[in-house]
Design a binder for this molecule. Sequence first.
Ligand SMILES: *Cc1c(COP(=O)(O)O)cnc(C)c1O
Length: 382
Amino acid sequence: MKIGTKAIHAGVSPDETTGAIMTPIYQTSTYVQEGVGNHKGYEYSRTQNPTRSALQKSIAALENGEYGACFGSGLAAIDCLIKMLNPGDEVISTNDLYGGSYRIFKTIFEKYGIVFHFVNMINKQNVEEKINSKTKLIWIETPSNPMMNIIDIEAMVSIAKGNKIMVCVDNTFATPYLQNPLDLGADVVMHSVTKYLGGHSDVVMGALVTSNVKIADEMYRIQNSSGAIPAPMDCFLVLRGIKTLHVRIQRHCENAEKVAHFLKSHAKVDKVYWPGFEEHLNHDIAKKQMRGFGGMISFNLKDNQLEDALKVVSKVKVFSLAESLGGVESLIGHPVSMTHASIPKEVREESGVVDSLIRLSVGIEDAEDLLEDLEQALSNLY
Ligand SMILES: *Cc1c(COP(=O)(O)O)cnc(C)c1O
């Protein structure tokens, strides 16, 4: 099955009792048993819920994986993955990553004795240098947030395989429509479902997908034991969102391409970070492992003034000033004061997150309106 058909059909089938074509919201905590131990596969909704099961199957199918698990947020999915590790284990993570991922690694898991190394993964050698017998996980986010760096997933997998290291890719920005890390050899895919999979800015949720049965057993054990599960209503909303994933992402990509070219030719704009540009540092890798360049763009302003960036993000009218991304509506953000405020200045500037950096989540409105909006916000600058 191709991805558009999967988006609509995978994991879901008409309800057996009524024929309802849409998966019902099983708003129940428990399930009546005919006798002790004699049940229909459902005992308690932390462990199993039919609405969640359908969604887990759908997301697993989209990622070409066998097993999916959904969580109350993207960070709860990351929390589950890191709980598979033991004190003393080491993780090599990309240095240009979602601020909340950095925060959970540093402020939650480090105190349980897990060691995190943050390296620039554009250069393979930086990863190889950190590998030792305690390395258990390589954490990749690509395209990265907010610098749109592209990490070569296959290259990381080849380093990991020889050393029996698990590879997990945060595929939130690319979505399974544009990139399938499991097909490139990764062991686990993580999603902030909140973003493109949900697609309508109305749900917070996370997911993990794997085809490795050992990892899956651990994943479901931790999902049930820690209990960070999403509610049935939210699972329903995401099942609904996923049905248009392919159509939405096509338009996100088309609009982002137009916005990226507009910004690049604008006098007030310094650099534009979008992997579709031939001169993008990792354009070749993006072309190799992705089927399109996504809806996310970052850019900074000439003179790099914080105040100028704040003016732009407050002057836009079609774009909304907000954290998050991946919904149908266009959003604008200022990483330094918003998503990346929890990352120390030295750390963020090392990866290019400078004071005037602005991040766009390009929505699926009419592109002309988006360009006009950015033009009026930028032309008012000075
Ligand atoms: C939002 C986001 C997360 C965290 O997900 P939540 O659903 O907000 O918990 C992780 N990684 C990336 C790339 C994100 O954009």
